[in-house]
Design a protein. Structure first.
Length: 234
């Protein structure tokens, strides 16, 4: 199936600054693009794309990232590096017994530094998970869209992972069903590449997606939970 998740996209006020933060944290390069920057991934680690935008965040964010740790010292180094690069601690209601650390990048996007010994994220690599607000149905949609196996399907939580391993993508209705109503276009979304966006868009519509607009360089679509995503050629 010729569809690849190239990157998770974040609309931010300063794409250059946020891309530099993530490149420094993940030890990756930054590729400058028109209107933003890409911190590319590889065959098992998802890329991150940052687009300069003056749109304000409305309601809770659609997704956030989980970084893994091999030891308590590694977890602390990650936190210290994130703070040095411009991140900050964030209180989202975590308790004193929680072992993960919640931070925000310079664009206000949440990330969690997960404690060592987390079996669910074992073997995923440093960028262990993209976790999203969404229903089980949308997890099944992305399973079929990407052709990735379902690696979690329990209590309305779903997750998929590339057959090659690496970063997991998961969905959970964080506030309980139904999911939060949409009040504006998501500032976090997926970017996918394919050889033929037109025919691939037709396949995704047959799986439950909605075709929103045909642009000069991409097809804009939405998944069954109305979360926008882009489809373009490599």
């Amino acid at each position: 199936m010729a569809l690849r998740l190239e990157a998770v996209v974040f609309d931010v006020a300063d794409a250059t600054a946020v891309a530099a933060f993530w490149a420094g944290l993940l030890d990756r390069e930054v590729l400058t693009e028109p209107g933003g920057a890409l911190v590319p991934g590889d065959k098992t680690q998802v890329g991150l794309r940052f687009v300069t935008s003056d749109a304000l965040q409305v309601g809770p964010r659609q997704l956030h990232l989980h970084l893994t740790s091999t030891s308590l010292e590694h977890q602390q180094r990650t936190v210290e590096t994130a703070l040095r690069l411009g991140g900050r601690h964030l209180d989202v209601g975590q308790g004193p017994d929680d072992k993960f650390v919640v931070l925000a990048d310079p664009g206000g996007n949440e990330l969690c530094v997960i404690e060592p010994g987390n079996n669910y994220l074992a073997g995923t690599g440093y960028l262990g998970e993209v976790t999203c607000d969404g229903t089980r149905d949308v997890g099944l949609f992305w399973r079929d869209a990407l052709g990735w196996p379902l690696v979690l399907d329990k209590n309305e939580q779903t997750a998929v992972q590339s057959p090659l391993g690496g970063t997991k993508i998961s969905w959970d209705s964080w506030g309980g069903p139904p999911i939060q109503p949409k009040n504006a276009r998501n500032r976090q979304r997926f970017d996918l590449v394919t050889a033929n966006p037109t025919s691939e868009a037709e396949r995704l519509v047959s799986l439950g997606a909605t075709r929103l607009a045909d642009r000069a360089d991409r097809v804009e679509m939405a998944d069954p939970n109305s979360n926008e995503f882009g489809l373009h050629t490599a």
